[in-house]
Design a protein. Structure first.
Length: 333
């Protein structure tokens, strides 16, 4: 089991975000946000449009980090109680500068749920100033490589045990948290898209497994994932040998069942570094056996890439984010 190799990055992130002058201040992502110059009140929800207006109630977000290179936008953090899972955990969010522009005031934006490797609790390293994921996403959108995604970064475990982002019998319902409660929080507070084409995942290591599994498990809700150096099968000790429950959360089984049903189409942009020999074998085998029909796959081989978040961000820059963006829906009214 290698899912803990990226855990150290989370500790670095926690150290580097300290010192932000407005850290801990309240922040709003609504169209009345005073930092959003030229913002306008959105129209009421139109049942015939792709855009989904925020449903409320508004969450209490506080500034985690200011992204200076992206027009001083804010990463906010809130503690959210998932009504469907019963789990309460932290979620970090960031909306790109385009979200606050006047001409986009009535448009819904696509969402990427970014998942960490390592313990995935009590933090999510993707908000960190060391990784600069938000800076990269903004740069990619300016270069035409990526859609202007809203990034959502939840915790993926309730404690130091790994729960396979699943509703393991007798444990916290972390599958429901990730695939239902977290999207509900986003819909309550942001202009999103009603179509599955506007919802996807990215994740490294164990987080890559989570994104891979979630898209295959709920293809009517999510369209795409970027699994980087992912685990391929559930392996939490909390399953206690429950083979039926494990199979229902196994990407191999889920991909096979999706192919049998003939869709809907999903897009899986795998990434593996050339130093990750074991992961490379497993991912290539998955693609060969299950990457057919509605299961569309792509492999980004990262030259010299290691099992860490920085390598995977480089892989996205080298092709993955552009491929995923081509198969998802951009901002729309």
């Amino acid at each position: 089991m290698k899912r803990w190799l990226t855990a150290a990055v989370a500790l670095i992130s926690l150290g580097l975000v300290a010192g932000c002058s407005d850290e801990g201040d309240p922040v709003s992502f609504g169209n009345t946000n005073p930092s959003a110059a030229g913002s306008a009140a959105p129209k009421p929800d139109n049942p015939n449009s792709l855009a989904q207006m925020p449903t409320g109630p508004a969450a209490n977000f506080k500034v985690q980090r200011t992204v200076e290179a992206a027009d001083n936008t804010k990463i906010g953090v809130t503690t959210y109680h998932g009504a469907k899972s019963g789990f309460t955990g932290k979620v970090w969010v960031w909306a790109p500068p385009q979200y606050f522009q006047k001409e986009n005031a009535n448009k819904g934006f696509p969402v990427i749920i970014a998942l960490p490797g390592g313990e995935g609790w009590p933090t999510n390293y993707w908000f960190g100033a060391d990784l600069k994921l938000q800076e990269d996403f903004y740069k990619w959108s300016q270069e035409g490589k990526a859609l202007p995604f809203i990034l959502v970064m939840p915790v993926i475990n309730p404690d130091k045990q790994y729960h396979d982002c699943s509703d393991i019998p007798g444990s916290q319902k972390m599958g429901t948290w990730l695939t239902q409660d977290v999207p509900d929080l986003v819909k309550q507070n942001f202009r999103t898209l009603k179509t599955r084409d506007g919802w996807g995942f990215m994740g490294s290591s164990s987080g890559g497994f989570c994104g891979l599994k979630s898209v295959l498990q709920y293809p009517d809700t999510f369209k795409a994932a970027i699994p980087s150096g992912p685990d391929i099968v559930p392996d939490s000790p909390l399953w206690h040998g429950d083979k039926a429950a494990m199979q229902a959360n196994n990407p191999q089984y889920l991909a096979k069942e999706l192919a049998k049903k003939g869709g809907p189409d999903v897009y899986l942009g795998f990434q593996v570094g050339t130093t990750e020999t074991s992961d490379m074998v497993k991912v290539k085998q998955f693609i060969q056996e299950y990457g057919r029909g509605p299961v569309h796959t792509r492999l980004q081989v990262i030259a010299g890439g290691e099992h860490n978040a920085r390598s995977y961000t480089r892989g996205m820059d080298e092709g993955t984010i552009e491929w995923i963006s081509q198969h998802m829906q951009g901002p729309s009214e």
